[in-house]
Design a protein around this ligand. Structure first.
Ligand SMILES: NC(=O)c1ccc[n+]([C@@H]2O[C@H](COP(=O)([O-])OP(=O)(O)OC[C@H]3O[C@@H](n4cnc5c(N)ncnc54)[C@H](O)[C@@H]3O)[C@@H](O)[C@H]2O)c1
Ligand SMILES: [Zn+2]
Length: 367
């Protein structure tokens, strides 16, 4: 690379088999979009996909960086993450004469990234994708790893593909406008990375909660970088989730079931995962795989971050039903990731229904 772009940005590489992907992280990274995209050979015809909300807040900045772009705007609620939105992106691309050398630049949270990413994976059998994530959840999780897709009326994330973004540009300054609850939702995924791979990251969030909530770069940027490194490392070893990548599902067995049982309206994704991690920790302790002080540290940290939506009105039976329907049941066996210490995991696939029932009861669900 001839241009030195490493001055202010931190680089993390995803060496996925199908396509390499490069992540750039740093305050102000969004202003450097043209330099970063040029450096990675992203074609000159760049179609920005975003949402009206995000464009109102950050459109001027992206426009200043990329030149006079006319964005393709789609609504970014979870219920718009569907094939109709994908179709609207195709239509805009076709009308504008996009070709195989064109690129989609997704500017938004996980909903925009997944939807625009799926359009990029499928339009003309795949065009270049750039992710510019604007939520903390998207910056540490959904924009990395190449999973793209949309929901079907009969289920979430049922339609999708693996399509690695050529470049992911992470600018933590974009998070200044993010509502606190959305920010917190992303933070639970950061805690997840701590639980599965880094005691240090876990301790740093616990020790700097205030500074992180204040979005102080000195505290926030290292937490984002560390999270991205962990995800990039796992994806590099197992792009298609045949093994190791499953550890990223820590907290997701029960988390996904809680989301599904409440029709994706009560919990932000991370909030459901917070409960899911508590459930996984409880299960691990009851099996003697995790010391109770590890579980207590997790409870303390999650409690410190703020309140979670209530779940006492949910019945164990309906959540169990949702667990059964989830993709984590493979050949009739439920795969469950547990932490055996803060920073280390194991996968188990012999969790009985009685164990799961007990865990849900401890979590506060009604029998
Ligand atoms: N592909 C993956 O690997 C992966 C991983 C995890 C989650 N996901 C998906 O991600 C989605 C959730 O993503 P999300 O949590 O980012 O939610 P989201 O995309 O719905 O965004 C949350 C809200 O924040 C607003 N917003 C976004 N950026 C903002 C900003 N900078 N300032 C102010 N408001 C802003 C949005 O308008 C939206 O209302 C789910 O659909 C989930 O399935 C995908
Ligand atoms: Zn998640």
């Amino acid at each position: 690379m001839s241009i030195d772009i490493s001055q202010e940005q931190i680089r993390v590489d995803v060496n996925a088999g199908s396509h390499p992907s490069t992540i750039w992280i740093g305050d102000g990274a969004a202003d450097r979009l043209p330099v970063l995209l040029d450096a990675h050979g992203v074609g000159a015809r760049r179609f920005v996909v975003s949402s009206p909300v995000i464009w109102r807040l950050h459109g001027d900045q992206v426009r200043r960086a990329l030149g006079s772009v006319e964005p393709i705007l789609i609504a970014d609620g979870e219920r718009y993450k569907n094939l109709q939105s994908v179709s609207r992106i195709y239509e805009a691309l076709i009308r504008a004469g996009a070709d195989r050398g064109s690129a989609i630049v997704a500017v938004g949270g996980g909903v925009i990234g997944d939807t625009a990413g799926f359009a990029a994976a499928t339009f003309l059998r795949g065009i270049t994708l750039v992710q510019v994530p604007t939520t903390l959840l998207a910056q540490v999780d959904s924009s990395i790893g190449g999973k793209v897709g949309v929901n079907h009326a009969l289920g979430k994330n049922l339609i999708g593909a693996f399509h690695q973004p050529a470049v992911v540009v992470i600018d933590p300054l974009l998070l200044r406008t993010l509502p606190r609850r959305e920010f917190r939702s992303g933070l639970y995924e950061v805690i997840k990375y701590g639980m599965i791979a880094s005691r240090d990251l876990f301790d740093r969030i616990a020790g700097n909660t205030k500074a992180i909530f204040a979005r102080d770069p000195a505290a926030l940027v290292p937490a984002i970088v560390e999270s991205c490194r962990i995800k990039a490392d796992v994806v590099s070893q197992d792009e298609r989730e045949s093994g190791l990548r499953r550890i990223l599902n820590y907290g997701h067995t029960v988390g996904h079931a809680l989301e599904a049982a409440t029709k994706y309206t009560r919990f932000r994704h991370g909030e459901a995962i917070a409960y899911g991690m508590l459930a996984a920790a409880d299960l691990a302790v009851s099996r003697g795989a995790l010391a109770d002080r590890g579980r207590q540290a997790l409870v303390q940290l999650i409690t410190k971050l703020g309140p979670l939506p209530p779940l006492a009105d949910l019945s164990i039976a309906e959540v169990l039903e949702a667990v059964r329907r989830d993709k984590k049941v493979i050949n009739g066996r439920l795969h469950f990731v547990i932490a055996v210490a803060i920073g280390a995991t194991a996968e188990i696939n012999d969790v009985t229904e009685t164990e799961l029932r007990d865990v849900l009861q401890h979590l506060g669900l009604k029998g």
